[in-house]
Design a protein around this ligand. Structure first.
Ligand SMILES: NC(=O)c1ccc[n+]([C@@H]2O[C@H](COP(=O)([O-])OP(=O)(O)OC[C@H]3O[C@@H](n4cnc5c(N)ncnc54)[C@H](OP(=O)(O)O)[C@@H]3O)[C@@H](O)[C@H]2O)c1
Length: 227
């Protein structure tokens, strides 16, 4: 059912994005990949720093041209910041907001008209449990992820009449390098976390939904029978 479809995946060079790209590749989905370093998975690749907003539209257009069509857009790339508000530099704040929120907007702005024209497509935004709750010293990250959830909710209303589906996936702690070296990372060290492959499986589940089902938001936490 996914065979011969096309997907743009951001941030597939490691972590959750790499697991998603590999899972899609196994289903013979043709990939368009966007990140600063080249992912270890086959597909069209355009190098792009998503904090550099001016570069994004051109990079996406190149990928769309190479792929021909885009069935799926997976806005996965993200960056983390753990800082108290008085210590947060404007440049740090802007980098987090650019990569986590403005980049998904710019990617969507390029891809959505193609999906609308074909009356088909799915956009998956990888948000976070930080989209629905606050965490200590994560003001920029939480603001960006709350924003991404709000963006997805509004986008879904706009896309719906055109048969384009929007999904927001909100994972809890996933075993990647995202929070490595932070206080949170140290605190969670040794604790069981969600595997990136489980998030990838969830993304494929969303992409396989029939058109008459609306699965807009999914929160995924690790199931711990002791908690
Ligand atoms: N890990 C978690 O606990 C967790 C929980 C909930 C949600 N999430 C979300 O899941 C997504 C993936 O995170 P992850 O855990 O897989 O993190 P990760 O292992 O650190 O990977 C982040 C990915 O995003 C890309 N990226 C980061 N900054 C970029 C930039 N400026 N320009 C282009 N690409 C950039 C990286 O590629 P390059 O470095 O090659 O550019 C990399 O492929 C993020 O949106 C994150 O917020 C993660």
């Amino acid at each position: 059912m996914l065979k011969a479809k096309t997907a743009i995946v951001t941030g597939a060079s490691r972590g959750i994005g790499l697991a998603i790209a590999r899972a899609l590749a196994r289903e013979d989905v043709r990939l368009g990949l966007l990140s600063r370093t080249q992912p270890d998975v086959g597909g069209e690749f355009v190098t792009c720093d998503l904090a550099d907003l001016e570069r994004i539209p051109g990079a996406v257009r190149t990928l769309v041209e190479r792929l021909g069509t885009v069935d799926f857009l997976i806005n996965n790339a993200g960056t983390f910041l753990e800082k108290a508000v008085p210590e947060t530099q404007l440049a740090d704040w802007e980098r987090v907001l650019h990569v986590n929120l403005t980049a998904p907007f710019l990617l969507t702005r390029e891809v959505l008209p193609h999906m609308i024209a074909r009356r088909q497509g799915r956009i998956v935004n990888i948000a976070s449990t930080s989209s629905t709750q606050g965490y200590l010293h994560q003001s920029a990250y939480c603001a960006s992820k709350h924003g991404l959830l709000g963006f997805g909710r509004s986008l879904a209303m706009e896309a719906k009449p055109h048969n384009v589906h929007v999904h927001t996936l909100c994972p809890g702690g996933v075993d990647t390098d995202l929070i490595k070296g932070t206080y949170l990372g140290d605190r969670l060290k040794g604790q069981p976390m969600i595997n990136p492959e489980d998030i990838a499986a969830m993304v494929l589940f969303l992409l396989r939904q029939p058109d008459n089902i609306d699965l807009a938001e999914v929160v995924v936490r690790r199931f711990d029978p002791k908690l």
